[in-house]
Design a protein around this ligand. Structure first.
Ligand code: ZN
Length: 498
């Protein structure tokens, strides 16, 4: 009988109570880590258990990586968290050595129960990749037997051909439907609530880790995240639900759209090197002064995104207060000061039990360089890239990192991991736990940094030394070399010895 069912029955509860106060506490709070105990987690997708065998993977994770918590990719259509190594990159030294392009699809790798999806048009999301396999049902009992915790990872990455997506898709600046989901849409909100509730009620998991890396229209217009192209004419969302939400807040839809059209013109001219007479930055700032609706509309996106986070958290707690909810805090939070300003750790701490703060330092060099390149080709086009990088290093409290031309090859340092972990800890003020996300083998460009075992050791040691409540090895086991996993485990064990 699952723990929850056991507690619901009077006999079960009486038996627990009769055993004295201590067992009651330990049973009810089983999902919460003991005070001071570090969480050593790893993100794993279904395909790894299928390819290598559940027991064998768990053996490896425990023995090599000192792992005690599995963040099991349960919902996504993205290849960042699910699937084998992404095509075009070498396979690690375990698992199948051929691409899964032929069968990779994505979706819900657990078994969806229809009653939780009544209020949403997104009813058919079951992943077909592995036939009838329910990955949560398979991994959970094996992990529990070993005393490992299991969280379901849910990611807001969809594909355009999922039934219902067209009905709830965002609308861009030109009025076109996109392939991304509108976070203001009632069906989308109902989907995330339904999915989180379904997983927490249907399986005896320890909680949810929620991923949403999507940015608002201002950052997308500037291409101000790492992997983005500059897409100022395709920014979102201008749908009817966003228009209604704007009206409630007194934000003028017409002026917001005009403001973004002006911004689009500015960006496109800047990319062609057509310098405004007052300079690029002044012209950009003037746009924000004359069209404050640009900021207001960007804020609207964030408000909807954070509302979904809060709703997922509330839904999980309604199932059982002891279940834990964590949010993945995307990389752009680390290297974009404009984005940082829109994310307050103190505020996020009120919506989650833990934050997985991305501090990927190896791929971080390439990503940070790309951010500098993008903003350096528009808003900060008057500033030489090297000086723009130095300036940003000061704004972000980075230490002595590589020069612009060397940044992708060098990566960011373990000191960066230490500083960003400390910033998160100072921000949450003890109100939630901070689990830095450590990058092992995240694919990068041909000449960009690839983490050596020494790099992984240094990053893990830096996060723990900074006082982190644990860490999460990322992005997925199916792209990690075993030597790096072992280096992480060694750093964890040595830190525990003190
Ligand atoms: Zn919308």
């Amino acid at each position: 009988m699952p723990r929850r069912e056991f507690l619901k029955t009077g006999a079960g509860l009486a038996a627990v109570v009769a055993a004295g106060p201590f067992p009651v506490v330990s049973v009810l709070q089983a999902a919460e880590p003991a005070p001071g105990r570090k969480t050593i987690g790893i993100q794993v997708g279904a395909v790894s258990f299928v390819d290598e065998g559940t027991e064998k993977v768990l053996d490896l994770l425990q023995e090599r990586g000192a792992i005690d918590t599995i963040y099991l990719t349960t919902f996504t259509y993205g290849r960042g968290l699910a699937g084998r190594q992404i095509p075009g990159h070498p396979f690690p030294d375990h698992g199948a050595q051929e691409s899964d392009e032929k069968f990779f699809h994505g979706g819900n790798y657990a078994m969806p129960h229809p009653e939780f999806y009544r209020d949403t048009v997104l009813k058919q999301t079951r992943a077909p990749d592995h036939g009838d396999l329910d990955i949560v049902a398979q991994v959970l009992p094996a992990a529990k037997k070993r005393g490992m915790r299991v969280f379901c990872s849910l990611e807001d990455v969809f594909r355009a051909d999922v039934p219902g997506v067209k009905n709830v898709a965002e609308v861009d600046l030109q009025g076109r439907r996109t392939g991304t989901l509108c976070l203001c849409h009632p069906d989308v909100r109902a989907f995330w609530i339904g999915l989180a509730t379904d997983l927490c009620k249907s399986y005896d998991i320890d909680g949810i880790l929620f991923f949403n890396e999507r940015n608002g229209p201002l950052l997308n217009a500037l291409g101000a995240s790492h992997a983005q192209s500059i897409a100022s004419s395709r920014v979102t969302c201008f749908c009817e639900h966003h228009q209604r939400a704007a009206k409630e807040r007194g934000v003028d839809f017409g002026r917001a759209r005009q403001g973004y059209q002006k911004l689009d013109q500015f960006i496109q001219a800047a990319l062609k090197g057509q310098r405004p007479s007052d300079g690029y930055f002044v012209e950009f700032w003037r746009l924000l002064v004359e069209w404050p609706e640009i900021i207001a509309w960007d804020r609207l996106f964030d408000t909807a995104k954070h509302q979904v986070l809060a709703e997922v958290n509330a839904a999980v707690k309604r199932v059982r207060p002891g279940l834990q909810v964590g949010f993945h805090i995307e990389h752009v939070n680390s290297f974009n000061p404009i984005f940082r300003a829109t994310r307050s750790y103190a505020d996020l701490a009120t919506k989650a039990d833990f934050l997985k703060v991305v501090v990927y330092n190896n791929c971080g060099g390439e990503r940070y360089a790309n951010f500098v390149r993008n903003v350096g080709s528009t808003v900060f086009r008057d500033v030489p890239k090297e000086e723009l990088l130095r300036f940003n290093n000061y704004l972000l409290n980075y230490g002595d990192e590589a020069k612009f031309d060397d940044l992708a090859t060098a990566g960011l340092s373990a000191d960066y991991v230490f500083r960003e972990t400390q910033r998160a800890l100072a921000g949450v003020q003890g109100k939630c736990r901070v689990l830095p996300g450590i990058d092992i083998g995240i694919p990068t460009g041909k000449d960009s940094r690839k983490a050596s075992p020494e790099d992984t050791y240094a990053a893990v040691a830096a996060a723990l030394k900074a006082g982190a409540d644990g860490l999460i090895l990322s992005r997925k086991y199916s792209e990690m070399q075993l030597a790096n996993l072992a280096a992480a485990g060694r750093a964890v064990r040595e830190a525990a010895k003190g």
